[in-house]
Design a protein around this ligand. Sequence first.
Ligand code: NZQ
Ligand code: ZN
Length: 386
Amino acid sequence: MENFDYYNPTKVIFGKETYNKLSEEISKYTNGRKILLTYGGGSIKKNGVYERVLQGLDGYEIIEFGGIEPNPEYDTLMKAVSQVKSENVDFVLAVGGGSVIDGTKFIVSAAKYEGDPWDVLIKKDNASFTDAVPFGTVLTLPATGSEMNSGAVISRSDLKEKRTMGGPQGFPKFSFLDPTVVSTLPKRQIANGITDAYMHTLEQYLTYPTDNLLQERIAEGILSTLIEIAPKVLEDPSDYKAASNLMWCATMALNGTLRAGVAYDWSTHMIGHELTALHGIDHARTLAIIAPNLFKVKFENKKDKLIQYGQRVFGLDGSCGEEAILRTKTFFESIGIETSISQYTSETDNTANIIKKRFEERGWDGIGERGDLTPDQAKEIVEMSI
Ligand code: NZQ
Ligand code: ZN
């Protein structure tokens, strides 16, 4: 097994009716009383989460920053950074999905950063966030794993850019995971969540065989569980057994566990982020579009693992790599995810060329688990995906 470091300081409070513990948790990280509540476009005010959270914040002075959009925008978040500074906020509580949580990671980090925060996102002169205002989360959408990792993805639509950030300051102090929130999610978001969690698992599994047998079995367990519960949770989002398994799968898929001691890829995500930046396609959907074609182009690299995946997850026999790719695409389509770019936009003429050029400009000459996916191959994969 390869050497690895494993670090995850985020406390998870999982289950129903737990928000009454919010004040107690926050008091462990600050003596101050002023809390900034960050949220998105207002779903929490319609589904009762907002009231329940406020009841759990007894004794604190609450100020709010709402309007964090899906694919959180740099300009929006910079307004919250000013608020955190001018109001001397002691703790930030993010209530929402991956966008609100990612946006909050940026807000708390940028509030403690002296220079231009955009430099961090474009990795200018190795600028990095190291400090942050303490923050926690109340998750409302199982998908990204942001509730238990230190990463975030921030967009600038004026530049058509979507950039990642990270660092140990990005781990939430705690995250409340109440699966009953799934009951109010639109089906589209549930399908997105299943797909994102599935793809986070594949990015860290579908590489080449390693000696970490446990990690491979955990990944296969997440994939099999998602396939099992997907129709159930889509049929009845208030099915607690299905919703709680979806929520825990999504968290486990990207909390650092799967990556320990194995090779990982992430090239589907790197290409997918460009599709969101260029065409505004939902994050998870970009992954379902790109992955099957990426697996075809990198078939020789991934062949052994594709066969293992086909046999163990889909119960196929023999040399079933190509069939495993087809089954993956069929699974996404079975939960209502379209898998071609042209099903989302008609402006596809320059997409592949633009992405190739961006990869070249950023020096992404070879990405993926073997460092050999070239800008030309990224272009080929995008062309196959139109
Ligand atoms: O904004 P509100 O009104 O809250 O509505 C949201 C939003 O419109 C709605 N929603 C959330 N919880 C709800 C709900 N509606 C009804 N009931 C609820 N309980 O869902 C919509 C989408 O929310 P969003 O947070 O954008 O979705 P998701 O959780 O999929 O997050 C996507 C973002 O996370 C990034 C993506 O790139 C994208 O920007 N990612 C973050 C990662 C990380 N930090 O580790 C990894 C991922 O690969 C991903 O890149
Ligand atoms: Zn993702």
